[in-house]
Write a protein that binds this ligand. Sequence first.
Ligand SMILES: CC(C)=CCC/C(C)=C/CC/C(C)=C/COP(=O)(O)OP(=O)(O)O
Length: 251
Amino acid sequence: MTAALLEAHRAIRKYSTTWYVPVTTMPAGLNEALSSAYLLMRAIDEIEDHPELPPKEKDVLLCGISAVLQERCRPEDFKAVLADCSVELPEVTLRIGEWAELAPPQIAPRIRETFATMAERMGGWALHGWRIHTERDLDRYTYAVAGTLVLLLSDLWSWYDGTRSDRTLGVGYGRALQAVNIYQDKGEDLGRGVDFWPDGWDAARLRGYAMRELARADRYLAQLPAHGPAFRFCSRPLAAAWRAVSGGPGP
Ligand SMILES: CC(C)=CCC/C(C)=C/CC/C(C)=C/COP(=O)(O)OP(=O)(O)O
């Protein structure tokens, strides 16, 4: 294992109880691609969630990162975007150039495309104060920050060993996991002034939304080759998501 990949795994361990094992146990090639993807996601997510950054500045930083991802991804260009930030940013964000370089060149542009688009959309959500009033708003948010990740995952499985997967069900997998996070993190999110719950929704309604998407995620998983890397990557986080919503108020 290269020093760069080892560093990436250390960074993932700091942030994720859910994804550390799935990412770091993947075979060579997929491992670098998924490590790069996870850390690019975390790097931009830390800007979206930052408690002290003003919304306008979040949008400027996220659109600046998006632009560099659409250009040559030079580490110095990421540094220039982040240099004038008014608050201290976490290491995972400051090292975004390193994470972008980890991706294998044959598939790197596909990974960068996901995060170029995601960063721009996140900037818009932050700028407008995450106005999530209806189920359609929630659909659009869960698509932007998680559904599109599984579209990327499906392309990675296909690139790696030709694994075919259902991208419609894949969007459900992403939405499900994001909805479960929103279900679990309500107090924490409200504490920093962000409300992802559509107007008038109670726990039973959000849990119903999550369970409908979890059922799609189950079908996504069931269609993957048993015991292949894609199946192994997706199964554990999905089981954890089901556990998180089991036993709560019914839909
Ligand atoms: C390789 C890669 C991009 C993996 C992510 C795949 C995926 C479908 C993510 C859904 C979005 C989500 C719930 C992220 C939270 O991760 P987190 O690390 O905050 O989760 P945790 O707090 O539960 O550990």
